[in-house]
Design a protein around this ligand. Structure first.
Ligand code: GAR
Length: 200
């Protein structure tokens, strides 16, 4: 049985496309059941439509309970088992967190807990760290704070620019997200407090 994934995105959608590629190649025993964007003109949403996937725009202004209820209904309608935030630039509230408790993943372009929030790659570059990277984590009510599922390290080069660094991190994001989804849908993990570990 293929796991049913729901993707939430706000922009370009390259992580969504990487996940989709992994499902098509059979690297991931999953299918993308629906894509929801909170920007009507998000390139990722337009691509999902072109690909013939169920794709929806939900406006995330105003009453969070109302718009999250709308999103939760769409995810339920498509019998989504795991929600994957892929560049979804909005903090989740109690409606989604409750309905999909322990079943929401996010990818962040930094080695959390360093550099949460926006423009993480540039934050890391400006700080002068020697190693940057990306993190897949379960989502809780904070900003990029949930239990870490997987991380990949990307060395920062002396002649890097924020854009060059972000491009190399993005390559790792595409690989890491599919791997982390596989790990989660195959139920290969146990959680002890914040620590997500491989089942023995
Ligand atoms: C990715 O770099 C993702 O890690 C980041 O947004 C980008 C979306 O790109 N997410 C965050 O910063 C979340 N805090 P994409 O639309 O091409 O996947």
């Amino acid at each position: 049985m293929k796991a049913r994934l729901g993707i939430l995105l706000s922009g370009r959608g390259s992580n969504f496309l990487a996940i989709h590629r992994a499902t098509v190649r059979g690297e991931l025993a999953a299918e993308i059941s629906c894509v929801i964007a909170n920007r009507a003109d998000a390139p990722g949403l337009l691509k999902a439509r072109e690909m013939g996937l169920p794709a929806y725009f939900v406006r995330t202004r105003g009453d969070r309970e109302a718009y999250e209820t709308e999103m939760a209904a769409l995810l339920e309608q498509h019998r989504v088992q795991l929600v994957c935030l892929a560049g979804f630039m909005k903090i989740l509230g109690p409606v989604l967190l409750r309905q999909f408790a322990g079943r929401i993943l996010n990818i962040h372009p930094a080695l959390l807990p360093a550099f949460p929030g926006l423009h993480a790659q540039e934050q890391a570059w400006r700080y002068g760290v020697k190693y940057a990277g990306c993190t897949v984590h379960f989502v809780d009510a904070g900003v990029d704070t949930g239990p870490v599922v997987a991380q990949a390290v990307v060395p920062v080069l002396d002649d890097d620019t924020p854009t060059a660094l972000a491009d190399r991190i993005l390559e790792q994001e595409h690989r890491l997200y599919a791997e982390a989804i596989k790990f989660v849908i195959e139920n290969q993990y146990v959680i002890d407090g914040r620590r997500v570990m491989k089942k023995k």
